[in-house]
Design a binder for this molecule. Structure first.
Ligand code: ARG
Length: 431
């Protein structure tokens, strides 16, 4: 490993302890290395604005940072165990190429605000992806909810309850994913604050141009207090994981439905072939593995959130414990977004099996319609309910599933899905 940035007379370095301290940290830093470089450019501009580096040095530093980004992207520069971390690698490279200008780059910053700003930019990107996946899912659900509704049983307690429809099923998930997209947007607003320029967590004796770095990096506001900047590490990561978890919670239930509906016992739905796999031993099998992993992805996000929550039992100020939050967010976010990304295409190509769903609608499922009709005609509901319970087996006489959906006029129900209202809510996200 190259000399650590903090090496100075009196420092003793033990390889095993270094390995424990740094571990896979430098490899994790690959994930947001480009963001670290972007933030470094803004920092250089800020230093030039207050005369800490000359205009010529700033130009050279920014040019080298661009070259480093390009070399990293092409694979020519590999971020590996030669460096303690990505932050050290940036300074080492600038120093190697530019000498003293490179040695000036860390003026007024600390790895503590450097890791914060790189993570924050990365989290903002991921929230953008979360919002767009949720919008794409909501869009497909709305489109499919507008197609002719196929009646299907609606379940409570997994027992046949009342007549439902494919349109109601899709509309339900559409509304859920519109909310999930909004939550991504709101979480972005929460974390959209620039921590760069807070240094180790207590500011510095330089008039850093934090307004410039805030603007240059596209943050909505400056995170003013250096102490709060440190307090927000982990807290904001958790907020992002919670936003992803909200979406995955809906996805988990959707995947549960699909894994049930695709069994021979239900036979309500056929998954696109690519979303199923074969068995290594049972030649007859087509398994819904993809659906099962969509369902399982929630666990990774929840685990990542829990790991960070456990790490955050800390006093204020930077603590090295926080380093372990990186692996969890990378893993949790990758799993979560990777799952959501697959959903729109899956939903576009789901094939419902109308006749089996219809055949699963039994006469007693009209009993609620019967009781409410009586109640609307003036019979006290509890009385109508008892009468309908006694005659439940014949409640379906003269009724079809379509009738049941057509009289379900309460807002949001079968005859009044209010898809326009949902579309308008989704469209608001376009601005
Ligand atoms: N890898 C470290 C982290 O993720 C970078 C910050 C190191 N700061 C320090 N004071 N040792 O937290």
């Amino acid at each position: 490993m190259t000399q650590p940035l903090w090496d100075k007379p009196g420092t003793r370095i033990d390889a095993r302890i270094m390995q424990f301290l740094a571990g896979d940290d430098v490899l994790l830093d690959r994930e947001f290395f480009l963001h670290d470089i972007t933030a470094s450019k803004a920092h250089v501009e800020g230093l030039a604005n207050i005369g800490v580096v000359s205009a010529a040095e700033a130009t050279a530093l920014k040019r080298e940072l661009d070259t480093l980004a390009a070399d990293f992207a092409s694979g020519e520069f590999v971020l590996d165990e030669r460096f303690e971390d990505g932050h050290s690698a940036i300074e080492a490279r600038l120093t190697e190429r530019l000498g003293d200008a490179g040695r000036r780059v860390h003026t007024g910053r600390s790895r503590n605000d450097q890791v914060l700003v790189a993570t924050r930019l990365w989290l903002k990107d991921k929230l953008g992806a979360l919002e767009s996946h949720c919008r794409a899912i909501a869009n497909v659900c709305l489109e499919r909810a507008a197609q002719p509704a196929l009646p299907m049983p609606g379940y409570t307690h997994l027992q046949r309850a009342v007549v439902s429809s494919t349109a109601m099923w899709f509309a339900g998930f559409a509304e859920g994913f519109i909310d999930n997209a909004w939550r991504a947007r709101q979480t972005l607003a929460l974390i959209d604050a620039n921590p760069l320029g807070t240094a180790a967590g207590y500011g510095v004796n330089l008039k850093l141009d934090r307004e410039h770095t805030t603007k240059a990096l596209g943050f909505a506001r400056m995170q003013v207090s250096p102490i709060y900047a440190q307090l927000s590490r982990g807290k904001f990561e958790m907020a992002v994981l919670e936003a992803i978890a909200g979406a995955l919670l809906d996805l988990r239930r959707m995947a549960w439905d699909l894994s049930l509906f695709t069994t021979a016992e239900f036979n309500f739905v056929q998954l696109p072939a690519e979303y199923t796999t074969g068995s290594s031993i049972m030649p007859n099998k087509r398994n819904p593995d993809v659906i099962e992993l969509l369902r399982a992805s929630y666990a990774s996000v929840a685990a990542a959130r829990t790991e960070i929550e456990q790490l955050l039992s800390l006093p204020s100020g930077y603590q090295r414990d926080l380093q372990f939050s990186k692996g969890s967010i990378f893993h949790g976010v990758r799993r979560g977004l990777g799952a959501l990304e697959l959903v729109p295409d899956l939903l576009v190509r789901l094939q419902w099996n109308g006749p089996t769903m219809r055949a699963a609608i039994e006469p007693a499922m009209y009993a609620t319609d019967v009781a409410i009709e009586q109640a609307a005609a003036g019979v006290p509901f509890r009385e109508a309910y008892r009468a309908a319970a006694q005659a439940a087996a014949s409640a379906g006489q003269g009724r079809t599933p379509e009738d049941s959906l057509a009289i379900r006029v309460s807002p949001g129900a079968g005859d009044d899905l209010r898809l326009d209202e949902l579309r308008a809510r989704l469209a608001l996200l376009e601005c």
